[in-house]
Design a protein around this ligand. Structure first.
Ligand SMILES: Cc1cc2nc3c(=O)[nH]c(=O)nc-3n(C[C@H](O)[C@H](O)[C@H](O)COP(=O)(O)OP(=O)(O)OC[C@H]3O[C@@H](n4cnc5c(N)ncnc54)[C@H](O)[C@@H]3O)c2cc1C
Length: 476
């Protein structure tokens, strides 16, 4: 039951005319994200315009009640989960999209769905490049707050590289215009960058100006099946040493490919046993794309690289990659996973360590990821019925994340920290860095009401409960 203060804040929000829900499914679905960790809020407020964000924040601040911004809830790290209760501020209804074709920019509401932004840009021959696999559901506000990546990040960068300016509200309701919708300017520090990747802990993003690029007139997929994981890493190195820049460069290790093949024979994996897979996509003008694909075929001839003959064959290649995430459950019924980033030059060495760890712990360890930018989704699979298996998997994962950072990598390449990875923050950041982040948090949010308990900020969850099972989410 929420405390009296929280109930007073909720009553004040209703009185201010805000759209408040405080029961049933509305609250349950505001309590969790894709991680399926659930903490119940006392209410969900759906903002429909800027002034709703401002009023909700002012009231939460006046009563000192936690308030947690939420886009679509597809996050994987518990970022929008209200671990300290209070109010969830749902931004999904602020979803306008305006395209300015000659500026190659779009102005969009925080709740605009990523794929809808790209679809609108397409009407003008333009493209919004960041394409997280969740793009049919995720919101631009959520993408900005996690600095989301996607398959095309290899060529076009993460969300950060594609946000020109944004409007944010501070926890006390003040409105900040951060950056400008210009190709360039040089007028002091750009506050925009503090709101990208800070997971709704510094302010609430209300809208953003996004960079659009000319929509490529052609795309061509190339698949290769290197004989081993190690051969696949060599192949990526070869690509990186060449003048080619694939828009997409996806890797599946031998374990993952084996599962895809076993689970889905219709995927037609035409590869030797023990092979890994690389799936490239080139985009641009038709002649250039064809030339790039031929060059890739030549470079990776030893791995049997071949370009798709037509759209149907490209679709078959993609089916293999899309099957990766589900197929690995053939190895065990549960997984612990992370999305580390590595310097491209350390990848081979890192995975020697990772697979050794897998052998030592007896935990299967399928890997897939975005080889073009060094961001890998690493997994330890375990059987939930085996006592102590979950703990073993978590311990192994902790060692794996630590090693990635030691080798010059990062705890997360695109999913962010939320509350689930807070304990890894000291692996990557020294005391002075953490202190500087905390000082910034204090400056933006002195009462610590905005999304408390996330990243490295006060209110952390000490004992993380097990995630819920049996919950179906729209993107499942
Ligand atoms: C099937 C699937 C595939 C995925 N693939 C990818 C992928 O390829 N690449 C990738 O990067 N991620 C991926 N993700 C993770 C997820 O989709 C991204 O992290 C996405 O950016 C989250 O957007 P969201 O709108 O769902 O945000 P939410 O989950 O609602 O929130 C995420 C974080 O952003 C904050 N937030 C949300 N909106 C605002 C706002 N307006 N102002 C301030 N803070 C805000 C929240 O408080 C929270 O900390 C995937 C997830 C799923 C389920």
């Amino acid at each position: 039951m929420p405390d009296a203060n929280t109930l007073r804040a909720i009553a004040a929000m209703r009185e201010a005319g805000l759209d408040v829900a405080d029961s049933g499914d509305d609250l349950f679905f505001a309590s969790l994200d894709h991680s399926r960790h659930s903490f119940m809020p006392a209410a969900r407020v759906r903002a429909r315009k800027d002034c709703d964000i401002c009023s909700a924040l002012k009231i939460a601040s006046e009563f000192g009640v936690p308030i947690c911004p939420r886009g679509s809830g597809t996050g994987c790290s518990g970022g929008c989960v209200p671990v300290r209760g209070g109010v969830v501020l749902d931004l999904s209804a602020i979803n306008f999209i305006e395209v300015f074709p000659s500026d190659r920019m779009a102005r969009v509401g925080a709740g605009a769905v990523t794929a809808d932004v790209d679809a609108r840009a397409a009407q003008f021959g333009l493209m919004y490049a960041p394409d997280p696999s969740s793009h049919k559901y995720s919101s631009i506000g959520g993408n900005i707050s996690c600095n989301a990546g996607g398959l095309r990040a290899a060529k076009y960068g993460n969300t950060r590289e594609n946000v020109l300016a944004l409007t944010a509200f501070l926890p006390d309701g003040r409105r900040l215009e951060c950056g400008r919708p210009l190709k360039k300017f040089s007028v002091g520090p750009n506050l925009r960058d503090l709101f990208i990747g800070s997971e709704g802990t510094f302010g609430v993003v209300a809208e953003a100006w996004l960079r659009l690029v000319p929509r490529p007139r052609a795309r061509l997929a190339v698949i290769a099946f290197p004989r081993s994981d190690s051969d696949a890493f060599d192949a990526v190195e070869k690509l990186m040493l060449s003048p080619l820049t694939p828009a997409i460069c996806e890797f599946m290790d031998a374990d993952t490919l084996g599962c895809v093949r076993a689970k889905n024979p219709s995927a037609e994996v035409d590869a030797p046993a023990g092979a890994a897979a690389l799936l490239l996509e080139f985009d641009g003008e038709p002649i250039q794309v064809r030339a790039d694909a031929e060059e890739a075929e030549r470079l990776l001839a030893g791995c049997g690289a071949r370009a798709a003959r037509d759209g149907a064959e490209a679709e078959r290649f993609w089916k293999i990659r899309r099957g990766a995430s589900q197929a690995m459950y053939l190895l065990a019924d549960s997984k612990v996973n992370q999305d580390i980033a590595l310097p491209l030059s350390s990848v081979k060495k890192y995975f020697e360590f990772f697979k050794k760890l897998s052998r030592e712990t007896g935990l299967p360890s399928p890997v897939f990821g975005h080889s073009g930018d060094g961001n890998y989704h690493i997994h330890f699979m375990y059987d939930s019925a085996v006592s102590g298996a979950r703990e073993r998997a978590w311990n192994a994962m902790e060692a794996a994340v630590k090693k990635a950072v030691e080798m010059g990598g990062a705890v997360s390449g695109e999913h962010g920290i939320g509350f689930l990875k807070s304990k890894y923050m000291p692996f990557q950041h020294g005391a002075d860095e953490l202190e500087t982040m905390r000082a910034l948090k204090k400056m933006f949010d002195p009462k610590n009401i905005l999304n408390p308990g996330k990243i490295c900020f006060p209110g952390a969850v000490k004992d993380i409960p097990a995630p819920l099972t049996g919950v179906r989410l729209p993107w499942d």
